[in-house]
Ligand binder design. Structure first.
Ligand code: SAH
Length: 466
């Protein structure tokens, strides 16, 4: 299998200094499972492409017991995809053959190490258990644009269908060491068939290689689980360490940002009006069992508790800390048992399909959608409208057109630093109508807050019904 990396920033042959490999030479390295060859397929001032070709020896795999076990000397030991696809062997080769590039050292041109270069990596052939969707979920949050060519199992027998093999092209302005690190971790994750024994030191390796990006990756759980080859105990330990490192700073920041949003919207009493409007809309649906998705500090839940109609109220949020605050503010500890039975808070994510989100009459998603990365919206849509699929969904989001009315908000800025986008009325409505059609919901739009004749209301609401 072949990995190529192309730099297009002149002088493109700088790539040689970063890789510690002279563009005019062909080199070979002996590895325990075969040979790695490094050469350049082009080396001009404009474009320079380095290639890492891996020649896996299937017989060596059997001898070193690194291949599939095969039962009783079964054929699978010898005949399998390992020699032909980029698997963790590729990661091992990257780490061995491009160690200093991955570490980020260049003796001759140290200043290059921290420069983001226009790089393109092509991996052929990459086994991807989880399809193109998973490829995108893994690489797009890291900023790559991705092109994937899906290979049929056998061109002569199209009726056999598609294989799980892809040729993948990743493009981004990025530091070489980051590109190599992402490939090192994610290739075995995609393959999900790690070839060697996973020991405790694998956690160290993963955390070290994941520094600076894995913690914030929306698929970190899947990455960790698959990287540690589904060894639950190790995966749990690794996730605990990742999360442990993350919580305080990221979430304190989030609180500060939330305060900032409140300050901007405060003069309009928008928060209160939004909660009242959502509670009212939920009430009108006749729902008895409701869930607040992305409940934050539980303000809506407090409103809903006042209404007897709601016999079961769940609150879900991705942030542990917000849930703790919600639990404190609702005084769950000291609540009379009858009241307490009605409420349930749990940690989860709108990015993952989750049985716990299903079975409710109605869901509220208040000021949450604009916090989700645009490339991840599709996941959210399916989680909510296809899998959780409540009878009613009440969703609110800022109306971007209204922002010019906030004196304290600089032009072109969002109301909250963590907002990934803010929609105009037309944008929200066209999204909601499309979703309605796709998932068979009808949708009705309402205004929250005083409407400006031209700009519309400060907050927009969509009520979806099945
Ligand atoms: N609905 C609350 C909080 C809005 S702030 C209110 O109106 O007061 C946005 C909330 O969405 C935050 O609490 C944040 O932790 C949560 N959130 C962000 N991404 C999420 C995800 N993927 N899954 C679940 N909650 C998420």
């Amino acid at each position: 299998m072949l990995l190529t990396i192309t730099n297009t920033r002149p002088p493109a042959t700088d790539l040689g200094y970063l890789l510690h490999k002279n563009p005019s030479r062909v080199q070979a390295f002996e590895l325990s499972f075969g040979k790695a060859h490094v050469f350049y397929s082009e080396a001009t001032d404009q474009r320079c492409t380095a290639a890492l070709l891996l020649d896996v020896d299937p017989v060596a795999l059997v001898r070193t017991r690194r291949g599939p076990p095969g039962e009783g000397g079964a054929l699978e030991q010898y005949v399998n995809d390992r020699p032909y696809v980029a698997s963790s062997f590729m990661s091992v080769a990257i780490a061995r053959v491009m160690a200093s590039a991955m570490r980020g050292s260049s003796e001759r041109r140290p200043e290059l190490v921290d420069q983001a270069l226009p790089l393109q990596a092509t991996v052929s052939v990459l086994p991807c258990r989880g399809g193109e969707d998973l490829l995108r979920r893994l690489f797009e949050p890291l900023g790559y644009s991705l092109a994937a060519e899906h290979h049929t199992l056998d061109e002569k027998f199209p009726e056999w269908g598609e294989s799980s093999y892809y040729t993948v092209q990743l493009t981004q302005q990025i530091r070489l060491k980051d590109l190599l690190t992402h490939l090192y971790v994610l290739i075995p994750v995609l393959d999900s068939d790690k070839h060697y024994w996973v020991g405790e030191d694998e956690i160290e390796k993963l955390l070290k290689r994941g520094e600076g990006w894995l913690q914030a990756h929306p698929e970190r759980e899947l990455i960790v689980k698959r990287y540690l080859r589904h060894q639950k105990r190790l995966a749990t330990q690794a996730l605990e360490r990742l999360l442990g490192e993350e919580e305080p700073s990221a979430e304190e920041q989030q609180e500060k940002k939330a305060e900032q949003e409140e300050t901007i919207e405060k003069p309009l009493l928008l928060n209160e009006r939004r909660l009242t409007a959502v509670a009212e809309a939920l009430k009108q649906t006749g729902a008895a069992r409701v869930i607040d998705m992305g409940c934050g500090e539980g303000k809506l839940i407090r409103e809903l508790l006042k209404e007897k109609q709601f016999v079961e109220i769940a609150g879900m949020d991705v942030s542990h800390r917000s849930l703790e605050i919600a639990s404190d503010r609702l005084h769950l500890d000291t609540m009379p048992p009858k009241q307490k039975e009605r409420v349930r808070l749990f940690q989860g994510s709108l990015m993952y399909r989750d049985q716990r989100l299903a079975g409710y009459d109605a869901a509220a998603v208040v000021e949450v959608v604009e916090h989700l990365d645009a490339p991840r919206l599709a996941a959210f849509e399916r989680v909510l409208f296809e899998h959780a699929r409540p009878n009613f969904i009440v969703m609110t989001t800022p109306n971007a057109e209204y922002n010019v009315r906030f004196g304290t908000l600089p032009a072109g800025k969002f109301r909250h630093k963590d907002h990934r986008f803010e929609w105009t009325r037309a944008e929200f409505q066209s999204w909601a109508n499309r979703i309605g059609e796709q998932f068979r919901y009808s949708v009705e739009f309402r205004a929250v807050g005083d409407e400006d004749s031209q700009l519309g209301p400060p907050t927009q609401m969509g009520v979806f019904s099945k």
